[in-house]
Design a protein around this ligand. Structure first.
Ligand code: SAM
Length: 223
């Protein structure tokens, strides 16, 4: 059965604006509503994938706050700080750790238009010293209230949308799929359009078929 044309158009419009060069790395945030809210913001901002450090291989549970956004964001689970940092750095990301220490700088002092990863810490303790020692810059969002910190998902929203604001002002936001490689775009378009079928193809080790411009599966053309 084919996808409805209206649904296919909606999926393409969202995918056209997704960016691979803006992401978050979340360390030890374990309240489902916070994880859900972070992912929902990632979806709204056009983030393609979000990174988590799950040292004990925990399965992340997302609640209704996510509004299903976990289906539209690729989740990368890293087993350690070292593997997360080395993979993201290898991919050219600059890591901005969020800390409230005195050596941290106002987040508005940086340019987030290139490969940017915001590193977010746990509800109670913030980022671990190990992770702080590995980030490229430490940043904070200035506050003037009585309470010491923001909720982690609120901090994620402020930072991601500052990156969006900067990119928009430079005309760097993707509008036609430029934020992804052609292969990633095609693969994701199939997975979002036909999630169950995509899992069957994956399990059998077969490449996804091509879709025609209406979103119908084109069985004649081979990959
Ligand atoms: N006592 C913790 C500390 O000193 O970091 C507070 C943790 S805070 C509730 C949880 C996370 O939210 C932080 O690790 C950081 O990622 C983010 N956060 C909260 N307030 C922030 C701010 N003003 N600037 C930047 N990040 C903030």
């Amino acid at each position: 059965m084919s996808i409805l044309p209206r649904r296919f158009e909606r999926i393409k419009n969202v995918l056209n604006c997704r960016m691979k060069n803006l992401t978050v790395l979340v360390e030890a945030v374990n309240k489902p509503h916070n994880l859900s809210a972070i992912l929902r913001t990632c979806d709204a901002a056009g983030v393609f994938e979000a990174n988590f450090i799950c040292e004990r291989d925990e399965v992340k549970t997302f609640n209704s706050t996510a509004q299903g956004s976990q289906k539209w964001i690729k989740l990368n689970n890293h087993e350690s700080i070292i593997s997360a940092v080395s993979e993201l750095k290898k991919r050219g990301f600059k890591l901005y750790g969020t800390t409230l220490s005195e050596s941290s700088s106002d987040f508005k002092n940086f340019d987030y238009s290139e490969n940017t990863c915001f590193v977010l810490g746990a509800e109670k303790w913030g980022l671990s010293d190990e992770l702080i020692s590995k980030v490229d810059e430490s940043i904070f969002i200035p506050m003037t209230g009585m309470v010491q910190s923001l909720n982690v998902s609120v901090a994620a929203s402020i930072l991601l949308f500052e990156a969006i604001r900067q990119r928009q002002s430079k005309g760097l936001l993707p509008v036609n799929g430029e934020g992804l490689s052609p292969n990633e775009y095609r693969k994701t378009l199939f997975e979002w359009s036909y999630p169950e079928l995509a899992s069957i193809y994956r399990n059998s080790g077969t490449k996804y078929p091509k879709l025609n411009k209406f979103g119908e599966i084109d069985e004649v053309i081979n990959n």
